[in-house]
Write a protein that binds this ligand. Sequence first.
Ligand code: ADP
Ligand code: MG
Length: 367
Amino acid sequence: MLNQISNENLPVIRCIGIGKSYSEAAEAVQNIDLTVNHGEILVLLGPSGCGKTTLLRLIAGFEVPTNGTLSVGGQLVSMPGTFVKPENRKVGMVFQDYALFPHLNVEKNIKFGLDKTNKSDERVKKILDLVGLNDLLERMPNELSGGEQQRTALARALVPNPTVMLFDEPLSNLDATLRIKIRAEIKEILKQAQVTTIFVTHDKEEALFLADRIAVMNDGKIEQIDSPEQIYNKPSTKFVAEFMDPATFIDIRIEDPHTLITELGTIGVTDPVDSTNGNLQLLLRGNNIILSADNGPSTVDSVEFRGSHYSYTIKLASGKLIVYISRENVLEISQSVSVSIDRTHPLHIYKNGKYESTTMIAPCSKT
Ligand code: ADP
Ligand code: MG
């Protein structure tokens, strides 16, 4: 008999201390605590090999955890001594390669695994309306575009009315334009159906667009779980900052708690900075800095044309590289320039690689 959790307010997915080792040498996921609430889209974001697929397969029941407890929809599905099979977890999964049956048409693919009751027919009709496949029911998978195949895979996963949907990089085989279109469709469908979802991707833009919350993974661990805005604007570690966008960390020395000495000048700040027990650094992004073409101590290292803007890499006197964005092609390679910090942006201070505090530049500060 399975342990049933009765409290309705519990999250739909709950991982407590989940770990998985494929071998003694390495842990693919380590001590993961994660909750996903009803109707929420949680995006697992991280570089290749960080453990995203492993965590998804543990939740689906395709892998047995080495440690920890897992519940789905209030049912304990995995803990020492208990393991519920994937087919009994009410979980739908969509993969990168769609995994459609090549010898079955769209309708048969979608209905595969359903019993033939009127109730199922109603459910199928509802899902077909939702994903807009009504005109393609007779087509075989090889007669469908990538986007249509992915919508078929999505419909097939939704038809059994899963409590939870799991997506493993489902858009990476589509071209850039289609990716943007289909991700919008998927988001709308999931929100309409109010399905609790974990969506895995290595694409930060996809994550920012889709997620109610993002969990950034690195090396088998979750570095930060937060709203897309918090993840981008206030990354809790250097890893998250650098993964989300080009980021430069410059060293700070403290003259007094309101005065920071950096290679870009001495800055007066509104909030005191605690300098005890740590190496302090300042996070700078392309929109945090101002550039003057005035024979200063920094040089223009390289430039890339990105369509809507130019992305310059500037080498500071210390040798650190920093990105500067401009809509105009205004700088030449090897040109000497000065970099200063834009006073209108909040400054994020990091201690020993972790987020510490935020402050503004003081109105009277010269920088
Ligand atoms: P991601 O999906 O983020 O790319 P994975 O979860 O696939 O990462 O892999 C995480 C780590 O676990 C990697 O080092 C990978 O080589 C290893 N790994 C994944 N699956 C297996 C397996 N079946 N056997 C052994 N090692 C595996
Ligand atoms: Mg993967």
